[in-house]
Each structure stands twice: as C-alpha cells, then as structure tokens.
Design a protein around this ligand. Structure first.
Ligand code: NDP
Length: 286
C-alpha cells in the first residue's frame, strides 16, 4: 500500500473567529495521539453557512464546530440531533457519520464533566444560574437532564429568562423559576450550585463581576464560572473569600474540546496536553 498524503479534516465555522484558540488545542491533541487530523479555523459569514455545510459533505470532513452566529441556523443542514441539542435548539458540534451529519451541544456536557471532576454532581441539587444566553441554555438543560431538583434563572432581559424557564419546565423533569435581575441580586439561600453564565468578566474586562450581593454566597455553595480567559475571575475570587468551592471555565472549555475530539476520532482525548496548550495560549503558564 502507498503512503497516504490525505489528512482527515475537522474545524470550526464562525464569524468572528480569528481569536478562537480551539484549533491550537485540538491540533496539539491530534499530535499527542499520532493522528493525522487537521483542524481548520474558517471564517464563514452568516449568509454562507449553507455553502460551508455543503463543503463539510463535499470534503468528507469528519466534523465541524459551530460558533457565533451559526449555532441555531445550522440545525436546518443536519440529518440527526442528540436529545440535548434538540431541546437546547443549538449545536456547537457536528459529526459526519458516513455522510449523515449528526449535531450535538457539548458546552453543557463540558460544564457537567468539569463539575464532576471537581467531585460535584447536579443530581438532586438546587442550581442558580446567572444569564439566559447560549451558555446558560446549554448548562441548564444538561443539569436538568442530569437530575437537578430546581433551577433558578437570573437574567437582566426578562423575556430571555422566562423563555428559558418555560423550556426547562416543559421539556425536562426539573422545576425552573425566573428571578428578575434589576440591581444587586441576593443568591437564594437554598442554592447548592451557583453558575455565572453571563459574559461579565471576559478579557479584557477582567475588572468586572456580575452585580450580585456577594455576602449571599455561602461556604457550602459550589460556585462556577464559564469565563475561561482569564479563568481566575473576580466572581470566583469573591466566592473563594467566602469559603465556597470554585470551578473555573477552563475545565468546561477543555472538556467540551475533549468530547469533540473523542466523537470525531473515537480515541480518548489527552486532556492534560489540551489544558497546557490553552494555558500557554492565554499566557497562564505556572
Ligand atoms: P450570549 O450572548 O448568548 O449570552 C450572554 C448572557 O450574558 C446573557 O444572558 C446576557 O443577559 C448576559 N449579560 C451580558 N452582560 C451582562 C451584564 N452586564 N449583567 C448581567 N448579565 C449580562 O453569550 P453566551 O451564552 O454564548 O456566552 C456567555 C459567556 O460564556 C461568554 O463569555 C463565553 O465566552 C462563555 N462561554 C464559555 C464556554 C466554556 O467552555 N468555558 C463555552 C461557551 C461560552 P441579557 O440577556 O439580559 O442581555
């Protein structure tokens, strides 16, 4: 047999996408496992998604990640969806299974894995989530499917918060309620797990933190953040000061990347290399 010069292709479609570091993390993982895969970071405008998805089929790519603004729109170009992706109504991962495109949402699953790696599980827990955007949607649906007892959604835009609660109440076994966020909110005292799923604190706004009453964070709460750059957010620092256990957004990012890797290649992901690569990209080397 002759040598094979063709690499398997995966990648990401989005716009903006220039500063997305996922490709560096996935390519480091491919190298570590000796897999001849290439991850292409591709700028795809909103109106070009159909052509780009036809490209996934034409190039027989193994799969693709979707980011802004394609996570919802891509559904119409897929053949099958996971249960979570169907409920969430958004896809960030596509796997090409012999020509059939299957969509999943690995953001929430990445969060769950990071939580479980920290020794915590949402089953039977009361969860409070700040935000009702894409990340909050994915996290809340996965926590609900994993057996969360209650989910409280706090969001500034009322409509977004109510739509998410209705979705959780109708499509999952959890009991969800909306709390209006029009000033510093007090975290409900029965909260076991508190999640910042807003974009507050993201680089370069590292001096910002969600507008909550920080003294309502108690030492028995587990406090999580989705922000991964810089992962040591002010929000988590405040929680730590009050004795709470914290889980940062880097774990979520790495675990969703690891899940993508596994679903594309069928090989277990080398997570430690992925963590180190991201830390290097974000200049977080110890
Ligand atoms: P969206 O734009 O969909 O949602 C943003 C959310 O943040 C909305 O609920 C919005 O509230 C809220 N928000 C924004 N500014 C404020 C503010 N000043 N005060 C209170 N709430 C605010 O974004 P995503 O959900 O896709 O992403 C959110 C964050 O999660 C991003 O920083 C992203 O980088 C991060 N993320 C991390 C991942 C990881 O793997 N660690 C994976 C995915 C995302 P409103 O509706 O009222 O405007």
């Amino acid at each position: 047999m002759g040598k094979c010069y063709r690499s398997e292709l995966v990648g990401a479609f989005g716009c903006p996408i220039d500063e997305n570091p996922t490709g560096v993390m996935e390519e480091a993982a491919f190298r570590e496992k000796g897999l001849d895969y290439r991850y292409l970071t591709v700028k795809v405008q909103k109106e070009d998604l159909e052509a780009a998805m036809n490209g996934v089929r034409a190039f027989q790519m193994k799969g693709i990640n979707l980011t802004i603004p394609h996570k919802v729109e891509v559904l119409k170009y897929l053949d099958e969806l996971s249960e979570a992706a169907e409920i969430i109504g958004a896809v960030n991962l596509v796997v090409n299974r012999d020509g059939k495109l299957w969509g999943d949402n690995t953001d929430g699953k990445g969060f769950l894995t990071a939580l479980r790696e920290a020794g915590e599980d949402p089953k039977g827990k009361n969860i409070t989530i700040l935000g009702a955007g894409g990340a909050a949607r994915a996290i809340s649906v996965e926590c609900a499917l994993a057996g969360a007892k209650t989910i409280t959604i706090c969001n500034v835009k009322r409509d977004q918060g109510i739509i998410l609660c209705d979705l959780l109440n109708k499509r999952t076994p959890t009991k969800a309620n909306y709390v209006i966020w029009d000033g510093p909110i007090t975290i409900p005292h029965h909260t076991d797990i508190l999640v910042n799923a807003t974009s507050v604190g993201l680089y370069p706004h590292v001096d910002q933190r969600p507008d909550i009453n920080y003294d309502s964070i108690k030492a028995n709460m587990v406090v999580c953040d989705v922000i991964f750059n810089d992962p040591n957010t002010l929000f988590l620092q405040e929680a730590e000061k009050r004795g709470a256990k914290t889980v940062n957004g880097l774990g979520m990012l790495v675990n969703q990347g690891a899940l993508n890797f596994q679903l594309w290649t069928g090989v277990e992901a080398p997570k430690e290399i992925m963590v180190q690569t991201l830390k290097h990209e974000f200049c977080l080397d110890d």
